[in-house]
Design a protein around this ligand. Structure first.
Ligand code: TXA
Ligand code: MG
Length: 319
């Protein structure tokens, strides 16, 4: 049985023994192991059924501990670190020899970030290695934003969940790298392209799908509930098609008043931050209700809404 605890020293001892621990971050829960131990890292891939060809993010407690793991810190990196770390931004940087191949799936770049969660920062500062961690979900499923989500999906296969409460940002970090010196967004998140442009004095580009190695968060089907999920900006039409089924509905701002088994409004004050924070928990809840279909209203396609719609599109994609 998995133990759910706030005891950071206990988490440290489990990690020091080469075992895995679910850790809270401001984005989603991660499934963490010693980022320098190949044996410990293999456990992560095994437990969530993640193909070994997909790289992992290394998490650090402060900026200075990152430098031995990367080759070269540019001005761009310093500026972004000052502006957004600790926070939901992951940077792809040239890796040093200290990073095991399994972390980067052989790539010469390593993904690094400092998560903005006091408990996890305290844990990271107590360790003499970084933590590699994917989101703590079975590969392809919705990311967890509460300890209970991790417990439900992975409770049988991991020893410990560090209970840091609910995740405040609610969707995975923005991933940024450089292509021939040009800042490039690989995964959208709550740190938006505009926010990055302001800091760097130049607008980042968006990575075009075709020219990257297909990473899990970038695959067409991902973040997906088991229940059939449909995403729309026209609820009445979709409702009409499915009105004889058990529907779960997630809307952005307003209750529809339609006859529906379960309806969840994410942000009555129409805040995209709040929508991002609450989206996955709503999806987890509906996916546990044995419904025929989950219908989710799209976000306005701007700022954080762009990141939300990216996740929604992948969650509803079926081959
Ligand atoms: O907010 C987050 O980023 C959360 C928390 C736990 O930090 N983590 C997370 O990890 O979402 P994961 O593994 O579910 O998604 C990380 C994404 C994947 O799409 C992975 O392929 C990509 O980052 N990635 C990691 N290292 C990479 C590398 N060296 N090159 C290219 N992509 C990389
Ligand atoms: Mg993930």
């Amino acid at each position: 049985m998995v133990e759910i605890t706030k005891d950071i020293l206990f988490a440290k001892s489990v990690l020091d023994e080469g075992n895995i621990v679910a850790i809270p971050t401001e984005t989603v829960f991660g499934l963490a192991a010693n980022g320098t131990s190949v044996q410990a890292l293999k456990k992560i891939f095994r437990v969530i059924g993640r193909p070994i060809i997909y790289p992992l993010i290394l998490h650090f407690g402060d900026f200075n501990s990152i430098t031995p793991f990367v080759n070269g810190i540019t001005t761009d990196v310093e500026q972004l670190a000052n502006a957004f770390w600790p926070g939901p931004l992951t940077l792809l940087l040239p890796r040093s020899k200290k990073v095991p191949d399994i972390v980067t799936a052989g790539s010469n770049r390593v993904a690094v970030r400092i998560p903005n969660h006091s408990m996890t920062i305290a844990l990271l500062k107590s360790l003499d290695y970084p933590l590699a961690a994917p989101s703590a979900n079975p590969s392809g499923y919705i990311s967890p934003t509460k300890p209970q989500h991790v417990e439900k999906q992975l409770g049988q296969s991991i020893p410990l969940i560090l209970d840091g409460g609910s995740c405040k940002s609610g969707i995975e970090s923005t991933i940024l790298g450089w292509e021939n010196g040009i800042p490039t967004i690989y995964r959208t998140g709550v740190i938006t392209s505009d926010m990055i442009a302001k800091v760097l004095g130049k607008a980042p580009e968006f990575n075009k799908k075709s020219d990257v190695l297909e990473a899990p968060g970038m695959m067409s089907s991902h973040y997906a509930p088991k229940t059939k999920t449909l995403v729309t900006d026209d609820i009445p039409t979709l409702y009409d098609k499915h009105k004889n089924e058990d529907i779960g509905l997630i809307t952005f701002q307003q209750n529809t008043g339609l006859k529906i088994k379960k309806e969840i409004v994410l942000s009555s004050k129409a805040s995209l931050e709040e929508m991002a924070e609450k989206l996955y928990a709503a999806m987890h809840l509906l996916d546990g209700m044995d419904l025929d279909v989950i219908i989710i209203e799209k976000a306005p396609d701007e700022g954080i809404g762009r990141a939300i719609n990216d996740r929604l599109e992948r969650s509803s994609f079926k081959k």
